[in-house]
Ligand binder design. Sequence first.
Ligand SMILES: Cc1ncc(COP(=O)(O)O)c(C=O)c1O
Length: 381
Amino acid sequence: MTGRIPYTKPSITELETRYAADAAANGWGAACYDYIVRFEREFGSYIGSDFAIATSSGTGALHMGLAALGIGPGDEVILADSNWVATAAPIVHLGATPVFVDVLDETWCIDPAAVERHLTPRTRAIIVTHLYGNLAEMDALLALGRRAGVPVIEDAAEAIGSMWGDRRAGSMGLFGTFSFHGTKTLTTGEGGMLVTSDPDFYERVLTLSNHGRARGQTKQFWADEIGFKYKMSNIQAAIGCAQLQRIEELVARKREILASYRIRLCVLPGVQMNCELEGTVNGAWMPTAVFHPLTGITREALQRGFAAADIDARVFFHPLSSLAMFEDRRDNVNAWDIPGRAINLPSYHDMSEDDIRRVSETLIAIARGEGRRDARLSRSA
Ligand SMILES: Cc1ncc(COP(=O)(O)O)c(C=O)c1O
Protein backbone atom coordinates (compact mmCIF):
# COMPACT_ATOMS: atom_id res chain seq x y z
CA MET A 1 0.00 0.00 0.00
CA THR A 2 1.39 3.43 -0.90
CA GLY A 3 -0.66 6.20 0.68
CA ARG A 4 -4.27 7.25 0.66
CA ILE A 5 -6.14 7.43 -2.65
CA PRO A 6 -8.52 10.41 -2.59
CA TYR A 7 -12.01 10.38 -4.02
CA THR A 8 -11.50 13.31 -6.40
CA LYS A 9 -9.15 16.24 -6.74
CA PRO A 10 -8.87 18.98 -9.34
CA SER A 11 -6.25 19.30 -12.05
CA ILE A 12 -4.68 22.75 -11.64
CA THR A 13 -1.85 23.66 -14.00
CA GLU A 14 0.26 26.75 -14.59
CA LEU A 15 -2.56 28.05 -16.85
CA GLU A 16 -5.11 28.20 -14.01
CA THR A 17 -2.66 29.82 -11.57
CA ARG A 18 -1.56 32.35 -14.20
CA TYR A 19 -5.15 33.38 -14.98
CA ALA A 20 -6.05 33.53 -11.26
CA ALA A 21 -2.96 35.63 -10.51
CA ASP A 22 -3.84 37.96 -13.38
CA ALA A 23 -7.39 38.38 -12.05
CA ALA A 24 -6.04 39.00 -8.53
CA ALA A 25 -3.51 41.57 -9.75
CA ASN A 26 -5.48 43.33 -12.47
CA GLY A 27 -9.13 42.30 -12.39
CA TRP A 28 -10.51 45.26 -10.49
CA GLY A 29 -12.25 48.55 -11.32
CA ALA A 30 -13.28 48.62 -14.97
CA ALA A 31 -11.84 45.09 -15.48
CA CYS A 32 -13.68 43.50 -12.52
CA TYR A 33 -16.09 41.49 -14.71
CA ASP A 34 -13.74 40.62 -17.59
CA TYR A 35 -13.13 36.95 -16.73
CA ILE A 36 -16.80 36.48 -15.71
CA VAL A 37 -18.07 37.77 -19.06
CA ARG A 38 -15.53 35.66 -20.92
CA PHE A 39 -16.30 32.49 -18.90
CA GLU A 40 -20.04 32.93 -19.49
CA ARG A 41 -19.57 33.47 -23.23
CA GLU A 42 -17.16 30.59 -23.72
CA PHE A 43 -19.10 28.18 -21.48
CA GLY A 44 -22.39 28.92 -23.28
CA SER A 45 -20.69 28.32 -26.58
CA TYR A 46 -19.12 25.03 -25.39
CA ILE A 47 -22.49 23.74 -24.12
CA GLY A 48 -24.38 24.97 -27.19
CA SER A 49 -26.65 27.37 -25.28
CA ASP A 50 -27.18 31.00 -26.31
CA PHE A 51 -26.92 32.45 -22.80
CA ALA A 52 -25.04 31.66 -19.59
CA ILE A 53 -25.02 33.21 -16.13
CA ALA A 54 -22.14 32.35 -13.77
CA THR A 55 -23.13 31.75 -10.15
CA SER A 56 -21.53 31.04 -6.79
CA SER A 57 -22.83 27.44 -6.85
CA GLY A 58 -24.92 24.96 -8.81
CA THR A 59 -27.51 25.15 -6.04
CA GLY A 60 -27.78 28.93 -6.52
CA ALA A 61 -28.20 28.50 -10.29
CA LEU A 62 -31.07 26.05 -9.73
CA HIS A 63 -32.66 28.28 -7.09
CA MET A 64 -32.70 31.30 -9.40
CA GLY A 65 -33.93 29.31 -12.37
CA LEU A 66 -36.87 27.89 -10.41
CA ALA A 67 -37.63 31.33 -8.97
CA ALA A 68 -37.62 32.76 -12.50
CA LEU A 69 -40.35 30.25 -13.39
CA GLY A 70 -42.44 31.73 -10.56
CA ILE A 71 -42.49 28.43 -8.65
CA GLY A 72 -43.86 28.81 -5.13
CA PRO A 73 -46.27 27.50 -2.50
CA GLY A 74 -48.84 25.01 -3.84
CA ASP A 75 -46.61 23.99 -6.76
CA GLU A 76 -45.05 20.57 -7.28
CA VAL A 77 -41.68 19.84 -8.88
CA ILE A 78 -40.86 16.30 -9.98
CA LEU A 79 -37.30 15.00 -9.53
CA ALA A 80 -35.48 11.70 -9.11
CA ASP A 81 -35.31 10.20 -5.63
CA SER A 82 -31.63 9.31 -6.32
CA ASN A 83 -30.14 12.75 -6.06
CA TRP A 84 -27.92 15.06 -4.07
CA VAL A 85 -29.99 17.13 -1.61
CA ALA A 86 -28.90 20.29 -3.49
CA THR A 87 -31.45 19.49 -6.20
CA ALA A 88 -34.35 19.44 -3.72
CA ALA A 89 -33.30 22.31 -1.43
CA PRO A 90 -34.22 25.19 -3.81
CA ILE A 91 -37.70 23.70 -4.32
CA VAL A 92 -38.22 23.68 -0.56
CA HIS A 93 -36.76 27.20 -0.17
CA LEU A 94 -39.37 28.45 -2.65
CA GLY A 95 -42.18 26.87 -0.63
CA ALA A 96 -43.01 24.31 -3.32
CA THR A 97 -43.23 20.52 -2.88
CA PRO A 98 -40.58 18.15 -4.25
CA VAL A 99 -42.15 14.99 -5.70
CA PHE A 100 -39.58 12.19 -5.64
CA VAL A 101 -39.94 9.49 -8.30
CA ASP A 102 -37.99 6.33 -9.05
CA VAL A 103 -34.96 5.93 -11.29
CA LEU A 104 -34.19 3.35 -13.97
CA ASP A 105 -32.10 0.35 -13.02
CA GLU A 106 -29.81 0.80 -16.02
CA THR A 107 -29.13 4.57 -16.01
CA TRP A 108 -29.75 5.40 -12.30
CA CYS A 109 -31.55 8.50 -13.70
CA ILE A 110 -35.22 9.51 -13.53
CA ASP A 111 -37.72 7.04 -15.01
CA PRO A 112 -39.92 8.80 -17.63
CA ALA A 113 -42.85 6.45 -16.92
CA ALA A 114 -42.65 7.32 -13.21
CA VAL A 115 -42.64 11.02 -14.11
CA GLU A 116 -45.76 10.54 -16.20
CA ARG A 117 -47.52 8.77 -13.33
CA HIS A 118 -46.79 11.66 -10.96
CA LEU A 119 -47.87 14.57 -13.19
CA THR A 120 -50.73 16.55 -11.64
CA PRO A 121 -52.34 19.91 -12.45
CA ARG A 122 -49.95 21.35 -9.84
CA THR A 123 -46.74 20.10 -11.54
CA ARG A 124 -44.72 23.17 -12.52
CA ALA A 125 -41.40 21.61 -13.57
CA ILE A 126 -39.54 18.34 -14.09
CA ILE A 127 -35.91 18.38 -12.95
CA VAL A 128 -33.77 15.81 -14.71
CA THR A 129 -30.45 15.02 -13.02
CA HIS A 130 -27.80 13.31 -15.13
CA LEU A 131 -26.39 11.23 -12.28
CA TYR A 132 -22.63 10.60 -12.11
CA GLY A 133 -22.35 11.61 -15.81
CA ASN A 134 -25.00 9.06 -16.94
CA LEU A 135 -27.66 10.58 -19.16
CA ALA A 136 -31.38 10.49 -18.46
CA GLU A 137 -33.70 9.43 -21.30
CA MET A 138 -33.96 12.90 -22.82
CA ASP A 139 -36.13 12.14 -25.87
CA ALA A 140 -38.88 10.62 -23.73
CA LEU A 141 -38.60 13.29 -21.03
CA LEU A 142 -38.64 16.24 -23.45
CA ALA A 143 -41.63 14.76 -25.29
CA LEU A 144 -43.42 14.25 -21.99
CA GLY A 145 -42.71 17.83 -20.92
CA ARG A 146 -44.02 19.16 -24.23
CA ARG A 147 -47.19 17.06 -24.02
CA ALA A 148 -47.86 18.12 -20.43
CA GLY A 149 -46.88 21.76 -20.99
CA VAL A 150 -44.33 21.49 -18.17
CA PRO A 151 -40.73 22.73 -18.56
CA VAL A 152 -37.91 20.20 -18.32
CA ILE A 153 -34.88 21.45 -16.41
CA GLU A 154 -31.51 19.70 -16.56
CA ASP A 155 -29.42 19.42 -13.43
CA ALA A 156 -26.15 18.81 -15.25
CA ALA A 157 -23.97 19.43 -12.18
CA GLU A 158 -22.32 16.02 -12.71
CA ALA A 159 -22.57 15.83 -16.48
CA ILE A 160 -20.10 18.16 -18.12
CA GLY A 161 -18.82 16.31 -21.20
CA SER A 162 -21.91 14.08 -21.47
CA MET A 163 -23.78 14.13 -24.79
CA TRP A 164 -27.21 12.96 -25.94
CA GLY A 165 -26.71 12.54 -29.68
CA ASP A 166 -25.17 15.84 -30.79
CA ARG A 167 -26.57 17.83 -27.82
CA ARG A 168 -24.59 18.45 -24.69
CA ALA A 169 -26.13 17.73 -21.28
CA GLY A 170 -27.59 20.98 -19.96
CA SER A 171 -28.51 22.40 -23.38
CA MET A 172 -31.75 20.48 -24.01
CA GLY A 173 -34.19 21.62 -21.32
CA LEU A 174 -35.58 25.13 -20.80
CA PHE A 175 -32.46 25.68 -18.75
CA GLY A 176 -29.55 23.66 -17.45
CA THR A 177 -27.40 24.09 -14.36
CA PHE A 178 -23.80 23.09 -13.65
CA SER A 179 -21.61 22.88 -10.56
CA PHE A 180 -17.91 23.78 -10.42
CA HIS A 181 -17.39 22.51 -6.88
CA GLY A 182 -13.84 21.28 -6.17
CA THR A 183 -14.87 17.67 -6.81
CA LYS A 184 -16.16 18.33 -10.33
CA THR A 185 -14.43 17.69 -13.67
CA LEU A 186 -14.25 21.46 -14.29
CA THR A 187 -13.76 23.38 -11.06
CA THR A 188 -13.57 26.96 -9.83
CA GLY A 189 -13.38 25.87 -6.17
CA GLU A 190 -17.04 26.66 -5.64
CA GLY A 191 -19.21 27.91 -8.49
CA GLY A 192 -21.94 27.14 -10.95
CA MET A 193 -23.61 28.19 -14.20
CA LEU A 194 -27.13 28.51 -15.54
CA VAL A 195 -27.48 28.09 -19.31
CA THR A 196 -30.50 28.64 -21.55
CA SER A 197 -31.34 29.48 -25.14
CA ASP A 198 -34.61 31.22 -24.29
CA PRO A 199 -34.03 35.01 -24.46
CA ASP A 200 -37.01 35.97 -22.26
CA PHE A 201 -36.13 33.44 -19.61
CA TYR A 202 -32.52 34.67 -19.69
CA GLU A 203 -33.61 38.28 -19.08
CA ARG A 204 -35.76 37.14 -16.16
CA VAL A 205 -32.87 35.24 -14.50
CA LEU A 206 -30.47 38.09 -15.24
CA THR A 207 -32.72 40.55 -13.40
CA LEU A 208 -33.12 38.19 -10.44
CA SER A 209 -29.35 37.54 -10.37
CA ASN A 210 -28.68 41.25 -10.07
CA HIS A 211 -30.66 41.79 -6.86
CA GLY A 212 -33.81 42.40 -8.88
CA ARG A 213 -32.40 45.26 -10.95
CA ALA A 214 -33.54 45.04 -14.58
CA ARG A 215 -30.90 45.58 -17.24
CA GLY A 216 -32.49 48.83 -18.45
CA GLN A 217 -32.79 50.33 -14.96
CA THR A 218 -30.80 53.58 -14.95
CA LYS A 219 -31.58 54.75 -11.41
CA GLN A 220 -28.61 53.92 -9.17
CA PHE A 221 -29.10 51.43 -6.34
CA TRP A 222 -32.71 50.91 -7.42
CA ALA A 223 -34.13 47.41 -7.11
CA ASP A 224 -37.34 46.69 -9.00
CA GLU A 225 -38.01 43.54 -6.99
CA ILE A 226 -36.35 41.21 -4.49
CA GLY A 227 -33.71 39.13 -6.27
CA PHE A 228 -30.63 37.09 -5.43
CA LYS A 229 -26.91 37.56 -4.92
CA TYR A 230 -25.41 34.33 -6.21
CA LYS A 231 -22.55 35.79 -8.22
CA MET A 232 -19.25 34.20 -9.14
CA SER A 233 -16.10 36.24 -8.47
CA ASN A 234 -13.76 37.33 -11.25
CA ILE A 235 -10.92 35.27 -9.72
CA GLN A 236 -13.03 32.10 -9.76
CA ALA A 237 -14.09 32.85 -13.34
CA ALA A 238 -10.41 33.20 -14.31
CA ILE A 239 -9.78 29.66 -13.07
CA GLY A 240 -12.93 28.58 -14.94
CA CYS A 241 -11.65 30.08 -18.21
CA ALA A 242 -8.41 28.11 -17.88
CA GLN A 243 -10.25 24.89 -17.04
CA LEU A 244 -12.58 25.39 -19.99
CA GLN A 245 -9.58 25.78 -22.31
CA ARG A 246 -8.56 22.28 -21.11
CA ILE A 247 -12.05 20.77 -21.08
CA GLU A 248 -11.46 18.18 -23.83
CA GLU A 249 -8.39 16.89 -21.99
CA LEU A 250 -10.19 16.92 -18.61
CA VAL A 251 -13.19 14.95 -19.88
CA ALA A 252 -11.04 12.55 -21.92
CA ARG A 253 -9.06 11.59 -18.82
CA LYS A 254 -12.26 10.96 -16.81
CA ARG A 255 -13.50 8.73 -19.61
CA GLU A 256 -10.17 6.86 -19.72
CA ILE A 257 -10.35 6.18 -15.97
CA LEU A 258 -13.91 4.82 -16.24
CA ALA A 259 -12.86 2.65 -19.21
CA SER A 260 -9.90 1.30 -17.26
CA TYR A 261 -12.12 0.36 -14.28
CA ARG A 262 -14.58 -1.27 -16.66
CA ILE A 263 -11.89 -3.50 -18.17
CA ARG A 264 -10.30 -4.39 -14.83
CA LEU A 265 -13.65 -5.16 -13.14
CA CYS A 266 -15.16 -7.23 -15.95
CA VAL A 267 -13.71 -10.35 -14.26
CA LEU A 268 -16.31 -9.89 -11.51
CA PRO A 269 -19.74 -11.39 -12.20
CA GLY A 270 -22.72 -9.24 -11.22
CA VAL A 271 -21.12 -5.80 -11.25
CA GLN A 272 -22.71 -2.97 -13.24
CA MET A 273 -20.88 0.28 -13.98
CA ASN A 274 -22.03 3.64 -15.42
CA CYS A 275 -23.94 3.01 -18.62
CA GLU A 276 -23.38 4.65 -21.98
CA LEU A 277 -26.54 4.20 -24.04
CA GLU A 278 -26.14 3.96 -27.80
CA GLY A 279 -25.75 7.41 -29.36
CA THR A 280 -24.64 9.00 -26.08
CA VAL A 281 -21.34 9.98 -24.51
CA ASN A 282 -20.87 9.63 -20.76
CA GLY A 283 -18.70 12.41 -19.28
CA ALA A 284 -17.72 9.82 -16.63
CA TRP A 285 -17.66 12.19 -13.68
CA MET A 286 -18.02 9.47 -11.06
CA PRO A 287 -17.19 5.81 -11.78
CA THR A 288 -19.69 3.78 -9.78
CA ALA A 289 -20.00 0.06 -9.22
CA VAL A 290 -23.43 -1.43 -8.45
CA PHE A 291 -23.53 -5.07 -7.42
CA HIS A 292 -26.34 -7.44 -8.42
CA PRO A 293 -28.51 -8.42 -5.42
CA LEU A 294 -27.50 -12.07 -5.92
CA THR A 295 -23.85 -11.24 -5.11
CA GLY A 296 -24.81 -10.47 -1.50
CA ILE A 297 -22.27 -7.62 -1.50
CA THR A 298 -23.29 -4.69 0.65
CA ARG A 299 -22.36 -1.03 0.85
CA GLU A 300 -21.11 -1.63 4.39
CA ALA A 301 -18.75 -4.42 3.31
CA LEU A 302 -17.46 -2.20 0.50
CA GLN A 303 -16.96 0.74 2.87
CA ARG A 304 -15.10 -1.45 5.39
CA GLY A 305 -12.85 -2.95 2.70
CA PHE A 306 -11.95 0.37 1.12
CA ALA A 307 -11.36 2.07 4.49
CA ALA A 308 -8.95 -0.75 5.42
CA ALA A 309 -7.10 -0.22 2.11
CA ASP A 310 -6.91 3.58 2.72
CA ILE A 311 -9.02 4.32 -0.35
CA ASP A 312 -11.60 7.10 -0.20
CA ALA A 313 -14.58 5.43 -1.89
CA ARG A 314 -18.01 7.01 -1.27
CA VAL A 315 -21.56 5.76 -0.92
CA PHE A 316 -24.18 6.05 -3.68
CA PHE A 317 -26.67 8.87 -2.89
CA HIS A 318 -29.26 7.87 -0.29
CA PRO A 319 -32.81 8.27 -1.66
CA LEU A 320 -33.86 11.81 -0.75
CA SER A 321 -37.21 10.48 0.45
CA SER A 322 -35.33 8.58 3.18
CA LEU A 323 -34.17 11.87 4.74
CA ALA A 324 -35.99 12.93 7.90
CA MET A 325 -37.46 16.09 6.37
CA PHE A 326 -39.27 14.27 3.58
CA GLU A 327 -42.08 11.76 3.35
CA ASP A 328 -40.85 8.18 2.97
CA ARG A 329 -41.27 6.94 -0.65
CA ARG A 330 -39.85 3.43 -0.40
CA ASP A 331 -42.08 2.40 -3.30
CA ASN A 332 -39.29 4.03 -5.37
CA VAL A 333 -37.77 0.57 -5.46
CA ASN A 334 -34.58 1.21 -7.44
CA ALA A 335 -33.73 4.45 -5.64
CA TRP A 336 -34.09 2.66 -2.31
CA ASP A 337 -32.40 -0.60 -3.26
CA ILE A 338 -29.37 0.37 -5.38
CA PRO A 339 -27.43 2.39 -2.76
CA GLY A 340 -27.23 -0.60 -0.42
CA ARG A 341 -25.13 -2.54 -2.94
CA ALA A 342 -23.12 0.24 -4.61
CA ILE A 343 -19.98 2.34 -4.22
CA ASN A 344 -18.43 5.41 -5.95
CA LEU A 345 -14.82 4.83 -6.98
CA PRO A 346 -12.03 7.42 -6.91
CA SER A 347 -11.44 9.31 -10.16
CA TYR A 348 -9.25 12.34 -10.77
CA HIS A 349 -7.14 13.67 -13.63
CA ASP A 350 -3.71 12.77 -12.22
CA MET A 351 -4.72 9.33 -10.99
CA SER A 352 -2.06 6.82 -12.04
CA GLU A 353 -2.76 3.45 -13.67
CA ASP A 354 -1.21 1.92 -10.53
CA ASP A 355 -3.83 3.65 -8.37
CA ILE A 356 -6.66 2.48 -10.64
CA ARG A 357 -5.22 -1.05 -10.39
CA ARG A 358 -5.03 -0.79 -6.59
CA VAL A 359 -8.68 0.36 -6.33
CA SER A 360 -9.82 -2.38 -8.73
CA GLU A 361 -7.85 -5.12 -6.97
CA THR A 362 -9.27 -3.97 -3.62
CA LEU A 363 -12.80 -4.11 -5.01
CA ILE A 364 -12.22 -7.56 -6.50
CA ALA A 365 -10.78 -8.83 -3.19
CA ILE A 366 -13.78 -7.49 -1.23
CA ALA A 367 -16.20 -9.04 -3.71
CA ARG A 368 -14.44 -12.42 -3.65
CA GLY A 369 -14.12 -12.37 0.15
CA GLU A 370 -17.59 -11.16 1.05
CA GLY A 371 -19.72 -12.13 -1.90
CA ARG A 372 -21.89 -15.17 -2.48
CA ARG A 373 -21.19 -17.36 -5.49
CA ASP A 374 -24.46 -17.82 -7.28
CA ALA A 375 -24.54 -19.76 -10.55
CA ARG A 376 -27.29 -17.50 -11.89
CA LEU A 377 -24.84 -14.55 -11.85
CA SER A 378 -22.88 -15.62 -14.89
CA ARG A 379 -26.14 -15.23 -16.82
CA SER A 380 -27.35 -12.02 -15.18
CA ALA A 381 -24.06 -10.08 -14.99
C1 LIG B 1 -26.66 16.39 -8.78
C2 LIG B 1 -26.19 17.67 -8.18
N1 LIG B 1 -27.03 18.72 -8.17
C3 LIG B 1 -26.67 19.90 -7.66
C4 LIG B 1 -25.42 20.10 -7.10
C5 LIG B 1 -25.13 21.40 -6.47
O1 LIG B 1 -23.97 22.03 -6.88
P1 LIG B 1 -23.15 22.95 -5.86
O2 LIG B 1 -22.49 22.07 -4.89
O3 LIG B 1 -22.20 23.70 -6.76
O4 LIG B 1 -24.13 23.88 -5.24
C6 LIG B 1 -24.50 19.04 -7.12
C7 LIG B 1 -23.12 19.21 -6.63
O5 LIG B 1 -22.68 18.99 -5.58
C8 LIG B 1 -24.90 17.79 -7.64
O6 LIG B 1 -24.05 16.74 -7.63
